[in-house]
Design a protein around this ligand. Structure first.
Ligand SMILES: [Zn+2]
Length: 366
């Protein structure tokens, strides 16, 4: 049985995304103010609260985050960018990380540094054997953030800050990132583009976000698997088994980081994929099986996106069920509604896209 670390901090639920629905409210653009921004932290807080009342609680090792230091952030981000976030953070009503759609509230820098620090804490625990694997339920997310710019609700690239820390301080060199957030992990890819000992793998809906990003690539340190809209459990499982798992076997990482978004789920408002809890469970099972094979099961899950307050907690519980080997006691209360909607379909055009991604593996050394 695995020991599973778990990390949340109440301040992750205090991320202030403002009163806009997606971009800031603007009467001249027809964008009305609303209490719940699409990236409102309640979605992730509800995941944490579901954990608290589930039978999983007694099977998790609770850990506490401390904020990443400037030194930690600067391993990945430019000094200008870290200062920019600090400056925006001092404004009376907060500011934005760079693209006009990545809000942070007053003193939001502190929560962003705490999210990066949470990823570091979970990584340290796994690398040093305090736990076998870990789930860091951190917020704000990180995978779109580049060295010198935040975007897509992401301030600091939490996964990358943790990888850089592990490589400098924990004696780890080869790290693979498996990013199953529905959007392309562009920031993580860009940060490690020139580092052949860090492989970034991204499964995402083709051209969902960012624009013109995440095409299939033959770059040695990056493997992109763009999937057509409407891809459900069987499509993602095929991609995991025929592309991601062989790539990990070939790359032989010492540690796997999962950029764990739940926005590829069938109820998410920001994408058009069809995963259900069952699909996330299957992805987790495949991933942990190959992790046991190549890196002693050392896997750190870091929360990324996921915008359906109803379904994110259910998908998250599913992942934790697989990691702990115990039932949450809840199952998937949405399965009865979602299962008849084609969530397990695998169409030819979807199979072809997965096969094309698999072809990239053939002659390359990862
Ligand atoms: Zn996302």
């Amino acid at each position: 049985m695995r020991t599973v670390g778990y990390l949340w901090d109440s301040l992750y639920g205090w991320v202030d995304t403002g009163s806009g629905g997606f971009s800031p409210a603007d009467p001249l653009a027809g964008l009305q103010p609303i209490a719940h921004h699409v990236a409102h932290p309640d979605t992730k807080r509800r995941f944490h609260e579901a954990v608290q009342v589930s039978a999983l609680k007694e099977h998790l090792t609770f850990m506490q985050a401390t904020a990443a230091s400037d030194e930690d952030l600067l391993r990945v981000h430019t000094a200008e960018y870290v200062q920019r976030i600090k400056d925006q953070s001092t404004l009376a009503k907060g500011g934005d990380a760079g693209d006009g759609a990545t809000p942070l509230g007053k003193n939001g820098f502190h929560i962003a540094a705490l999210a990066a620090g949470g990823a570091m804490r979970a990584t340290k625990a796994v690398v040093e054997g305090e736990v076998d694997c870990a789930y860091a339920l951190i917020n704000p997310p990180g995978h779109h953030a580049e060295a010198g710019q935040g975007m897509g609700f992401c301030l600091f690239n939490n996964v990358s800050v943790a990888i850089a820390y592990a490589r400098e301080k924990l004696g780890i060199q080869r790290v693979a990132v498996v990013d199953w957030d529905v959007h392309h992990g562009n920031g993580t890819e860009a940060i490690w583009w020139d580092e052949p000992e860090v492989l970034t793998i991204s499964l995402h809906q083709h051209l969902c976000y960012p624009p013109e990003s995440g095409y299939r690539t033959t770059h040695p340190g990056a493997l992109n698997i763009p999937l057509p809209p409407g891809s459900g459990n069987k499509v993602y499982e095929l991609a995991m088994d025929t592309v991601v798992v062989p790539a990990l076997r070939r790359f032989k990482p010492e540690l796997i980081m999962v950029a764990s978004g739940f926005d590829a789920a069938a109820m998410d408002p920001l994408a058009r994929q069809m995963l259900t809890q069952r699909g996330f469970n299957a992805l987790t099972e495949s991933l942990m099986a190959v992790a046991d094979e190549v890196c002693g099961g050392k896997v750190v899950f870091c929360q990324e996106g996921g915008y359906c307050p109803h379904y994110v907690p259910i998908c998250g519980l599913g992942v934790l069920e697989v990691l702990t080997g115990h039932s949450s006691g809840f199952g998937d209360p949405f399965a009865e509604m979602l299962d008849p909607q084609g969530v397990d379909d695998l169409y030819e055009h979807q199979r072809v896209e997965v096969e094309r991604a698999a072809e990239l593996l053939a002659p390359k050394e990862y």
